[in-house]
Each structure stands twice: as structure tokens, then as C-alpha cells.
Design a protein around this ligand. Structure first.
Ligand SMILES: [Zn+2]
Length: 367
């Protein structure tokens, strides 16, 4: 039953009704013009709640309309000329970037003058579950960029075309901490959210991907294995420092040596194998945190995408919060944080194939 929360349709109708009643009451006692009299809602104490206090509307361009009614969760708003979703989000949600909350609560709206719209003051559907479908967040996995015919090498031109298309198609490229908060039910993500990752730590990430990501303002995570860093065509420490300093690129663990964590070496006892897995997880965390301070390492990409029960147990004990496989597909609210699905992007993919890999929604009937 829980998964069948029929928002926005049913809830919207109910809230519209109560909000209109509220507005009716308020108009008898408060000045009807700007609706500021309705702003004194009690402060919310949940950490994810936004401020409910109305800033001085004369400071906010793009949100000069009227508040028709509100409670702690929702506000009904009548846009005025010149209003925009970003302006309304800035006025009531304290952040213009939350305009997508409005877009999702009012499908198809553009803040039309006089047409009331809902302003969710808190995330109403943080898990992205609807009557017939659920939101899923794909994580893209790249390796090397450059020339060459290997499947594992994506040309810089293709990479740029893919990133540019994401931006133009309205995708939101999000960071791993945001995905973590989504899975914990703490923070909603825009419907078209996607995470970008690079495995191994090739120098070509710095040379070819970083400039594109910087130009478009897109965040990404590079999973590096420590034994590779500074080698032939690997990232150097100064390159990683520079990427981190941009605020866009995160550096996380791909183990120490890139050995397959689920395979026992010939003659390796259970105890020795466990100790080896611990070392593969601990060394990159300690090394990256020391060399790239104040970086915190809590995300992991399994070499070859492989993990078993022992690996999951050791990773959890070492405080790994998210870990990625290479099982393709998006991640819904119930995704296991240490077995995240991830979609490989190959060098021979056309842009059409790339688009088809972005699974941002799945029917409830086919979980
Ligand atoms: Zn790898």
C-alpha cells in the first residue's frame, strides 16, 4: 500500500480544497493584496524542511503574486505578471534551484498569470513513487576517453555530445551524497536525475572529460585504484587535487590493486582472503584522505563490479556508504546502497543508444 501513494493527483485535489478554504478565511481578516498576512507559519523543525517565513517580496523578482492559502506543507499561489518558477522557488523555498519542485507538483505549468499553482514547502514525494511508476536514478560508468577502437574507450567528441544532450534534455546531474539522501528517503531528486562516474583513474578523465564537465557545470565521481595513480596513463596527484578543487569532481575508491574481491587466490585461506579484502578497502581510503585532505572517502566501485556477502560485510564494517556494481539499470528507492546498479557507457554506442540507457523511471508492475 505504501508504494501506492497517489500523489500528485489525489493529494493535490484534497489540498487544493483545504487551501481554498484557508484562503477564504484569510481574506476576511487580512489584506488581500500580497497575502503576506498568511506567512506566519510555525517554523519547521525537520532538517529537510525549508524556511516557511516569507521574505520581503519586494526583494524577489519573478514572484509578486498572491498567497491564497498555506499550511506547513503546501502553499497555494496565484502568479502575477512577470512571475517565474525560479522566482517563486526563491521566494518561498529559499533557493531558485528548487524550481523543479514546482514543476513536478504542477505538471506543464509555466507560472501563468492568475492560474493558481501549488508550492510544496517540503518534499511531498521524496521517494519518487507514483501510482503507476517509480523514479529510478541511473549511474553512468565511463572508463577511458580518447582515440582507439576498444569498447572501453569513449571518444572525447562522443562524451561531449552525451553531456551536452543531457543538459539540453533537462537532465539533472547529481552527486553521490544526493543519491544517498534519496535512498534514505531524506531528499527528493528531480525526475530526470543521473550520476556520472569514471572507473580506474585514467589521465584522459582529466584531459578530456574534466574540461567538458567544467564548461557545463556537471559533477562527477572518479573511482581510482591506488596502485595505478601516478603511473603511465593514470591520473597524477596534482591532477586529482585540481579536479577536487573545482568542486565538481569527487575522488573515491576503486580499491588498492583492482584485484577481483570475490576471487580467492590459489591456496588463499578464508582468513587471509578476508584480510586481503580489508586491505583493498582500507588502503585507498587512508591514502586518498591523507593525500587529498580534507577529502572523505566513503564510496566504492567494485573492481569488475563484483561483490559477494563477505565483501559487502567488510565494506559495511569499514563505513562504506555506497558501492557500485556494473549491473545495468536505474536505482529505485529500495536499491541496496552497497549494490547499486550502474550502466556502462561503451565507445561504440550511438547517441540514440546512450539515450536508451538512461532509465529514470520504471513501472510498478515491473520492478
Ligand atoms: Zn576498474
Amino acid at each position: 500500500m505504501m508504494a501506492r501513494a497517489a500523489w500528485p493527483r489525489g493529494l493535490t485535489a484534497a489540498l487544493l480544497t483545504s487551501a481554498l478554504v484557508l484562503a477564504g478565511c484569510a481574506s476576511r481578516s487580512a489584506a488581500p493584496s500580497a497575502g503576506v498576512g498568511l506567512a506566519e507559519a510555525p517554523a519547521a523543525d525537520t532538517p529537510s524542511a525549508v524556511s516557511l517565513r516569507d521574505p520581503d517580496i519586494s526583494d524577489i523578482a519573478g514572484a509578486r503574486g498572491q498567497v491564497l492559502g498555506r499550511n506547513d506543507h503546501l502553499l497555494l499561489y496565484r502568479p502575477a505578471a512577470g512571475d517565474s518558477l525560479r522566482g517563486i522557488a526563491a521566494r518561498f523555498l529559499g533557493n531558485a534551484d528548487r524550481a523543479w519542485w514546482l514543476a513536478e507538483a504542477n505538471p506543464g505549468t509555466v507560472a501563468e498569470v492568475g492560474v493558481p499553482l501549488l508550492v510544496p514547502l517540503r518534499p511531498l514525494n521524496p521517494l519518487g513513487v507514483h501510482a503507476d511508476r517509480m523514479q529510478t536514478v541511473p549511474i553512468l560508468c565511463y572508463h577511458r576517453l580518447g582515440a582507439g577502437r576498444s569498447k572501453m574507450i569513449v571518444s572525447p567528441a562522443n562524451f561531449e555530445a552525451q553531456m551536452t544532450w543531457l543538459v539540453h534534455a533537462g537532465y539533472h546531474v547529481v552527486r553521490l551524497p544526493e543519491l544517498s539522501a534519496f535512498l534514505a528517503g531524506e531528499k527528493p531528486l528531480p525526475q530526470r536525475s543521473v550520476v556520472i562516474t569514471f572507473d580506474d583513474g585514467y589521465e584522459s578523465v582529466y584531459r578530456h572529460a574534466f574540461p567538458v564537465l567544467k564548461r557545463l557545470g556537471l559533477p562527477a565521481t572518479a573511482f581510482v585504484y591506488i596502485d595505478f595513480v601516478g603511473g603511465g596513463d593514470a591520473l597524477s596527484w596534482p591532477q586529482m587535487q585540481e579536479m577536487l578543487a573545482s568542486g565538481l569532481i569527487d575522488i573515491q575508491s576503486h580499491t588498492k590493486s583492482h584485484r577481483n574481491l570475490v576471487e580467492r587466490k590459489p591456496g588463499e585461506t578464508e582468513d587471509r582472503h578476508r584480510a586481503a579484502v580489508d586491505l583493498e578497502l582500507r588502503v585507498p581510503r587512508e591514502t586518498l584522505e591523507r593525500r587529498l585532505a580534507p577529502l572523505r572517502v566513503r564510496y566504492l566501485a567494485y573492481p569488475y563490479g563484483d561483490a559477494d556477502e563477505l565483501v559487502l560485510d567488510r565494506a559495511a564494517r569499514q563505513g562504506v556508504e555506497l558501492a557500485a556494481t556494473v549491473i545495468p539499470g536505474g536505482n529505485p528507492f529500495y536499491a541496496q546502497p552497497l549494490l547499486l546498479h550502474r550502466t556502462m557507457i561503451f565507445g561504440d554506442m550511438s547517441l540514440e543508444t546512450f539515450k536508451s540507457k538512461l532509465q529514470t523511471s520504471r513501472p510498478l508492475s515491473a520492478p
